[in-house]
Design a binder for this molecule. Sequence first.
Ligand SMILES: Cc1cc2nc3c(=O)[nH]c(=O)nc-3n(C[C@H](O)[C@H](O)[C@H](O)COP(=O)(O)OP(=O)(O)OC[C@H]3O[C@@H](n4cnc5c(N)ncnc54)[C@H](O)[C@@H]3O)c2cc1C
Ligand code: FES
Ligand code: FES
Length: 495
Amino acid sequence: MRDTIRFWLGDEYIVLHDVLPSVTALDWLRETRGRTGTKEGCNEGDCGACAIIIVRRNACAGHLSWNAVNACIQFLPMLDGAQIYTVEDLRDPSGVLHPVQCAMVNQHGSQCGFCTPGFVMSMVAFRKRVGSMIDQVTDADIDDALAGNLCRCTGYAPIVRAMRQALVAGPDRFDAEIKKIGERLTMMESGEGVSIATKNARLTIPASADELAVTLMADPASRIVAGATDVGLWVTKLGRTLPHVVFIGHIPELRKITVTEDGATIGAAVTWSEAEAPLCAVYPEMRDTLRRVAARPVRNSATLCGNIANGSPIGDGPPLLIAADAELILRRGDKKRRIPLEGFFIDYGVQDRASDEFIEAVFVPVPKAGTMFRGYKISKRFDQDISAVMAGFSLIISDGIIRKACLAFGGMASTPKRAAAAEAALTGNPWDAAALAAARDAISQDFAPLSDLRATSWYRLEVARNLLTRFYVETTGSDTAQVSVWSIHGEAVNV
Ligand SMILES: Cc1cc2nc3c(=O)[nH]c(=O)nc-3n(C[C@H](O)[C@H](O)[C@H](O)COP(=O)(O)OP(=O)(O)OC[C@H]3O[C@@H](n4cnc5c(N)ncnc54)[C@H](O)[C@@H]3O)c2cc1C
Ligand code: FES
Ligand code: FES
């Protein structure tokens, strides 16, 4: 195993020994490389001021993928094997600004300038992702690309105008360097793992799923880290130390996505951004909800399986995937097992996973004939906000009768949980106003949610009922004047 991590930072080849596994890329860039253009705002992935670009070869398609990520919650060793760019790299060697920077100047996209480097990095990554498909870019795509960046003084309209201008501004310095960047990435592809032990901490980057299995069996107390968008905050906000970190983000078997006529298998190192296409291939109805999970720079690092493994009762993935009848594939040593996803969540902070076991993948089967599916996220902000209530609903209907109902909720209990009484009220009945009313009534038998800073117990129950009504209206095309929901004042109103 190698005892160094290595990557390209701009045009400099970096080789590091004695790396602490939980030092953040942001601290390292600012404190040891003087790259202070990368700003620290929130230090928790929310504001985008620290955005940098990571270039890697796409595991499935082989082309280069350019992703903006938040350096404040990327651990330095996660950069191993990548080409990294910060805002300092954007000007060409003769000093000419990058087309995105020119557009920000022309459109007056910056006032105090604190957020600007982060915006610019997200914009450069978006330009790369769009490539020549400029005609297909919608306003919603631009909003999505910028949703992880906060600006407190300029206002977003000039920044969006700058994005539009930059999209048609022609090539940048990197277009002429694609071959060179590809060669650099190839040069670092050694297929070997990394093991670094310092006085205070240990770092392992297994090269394969087999090596990961052996590492975990040997040290069950080690901490798996995939995208670090949950674990990163334990370090930056809670001050926790991690004695042995095992990074799984680059393990080839875990980076795999397989789509067959049976469904999609999404490996444990596949990010939310990468999982969008296969999930939507199976369930196009997930598209609107998936773009509400965090924001693009977080989704570029965060994994779907990390969201499941974290076991949060307010994670967005579990309700959607439980409603989709997903299964988890777990591995411990040489032994693999497959379980229905809903069985994974035992209690608050307790999941059906041994400490030396890991999630290898999640399988999402193709829906059965007659399935109606929806996902709904309720949060205070549209973008980049944790859910107050999250719902994944599916009904299988044949001959006009509901044969199977799955109503899965997040934010309603100590784990992601199905509404068993409401499901029973629907099963065996036609999907009509009477069934809806019975299911709405039954919700209070299923849940006694908490009140917290995101929502009160009363609000959560009412919103859960109202989401059932929305599901009914959307899937039956019912006249909205015929159904009522409860308003915040507690009286029935028509939707
Ligand atoms: C700004 C911000 C916004 C966010 N918004 C949302 C949101 O809207 N909705 C939402 O649901 N979440 C949100 N999150 C939380 C987080 O992004 C997700 O939970 C994410 O999917 C976690 O994935 P990860 O790869 O980063 O996990 P990590 O942080 O790497 O790991 C999380 C946990 O899972 C374990 N783990 C990871 N992979 C495996 C594996 N293969 N086997 C076993 N254990 C494993 C780790 O040990 C750790 O305990 C947000 C986070 C941030 C910072
Ligand atoms: S400093 Fe705010 S996202 Fe990193
Ligand atoms: S220009 Fe000041 S925060 Fe955006």
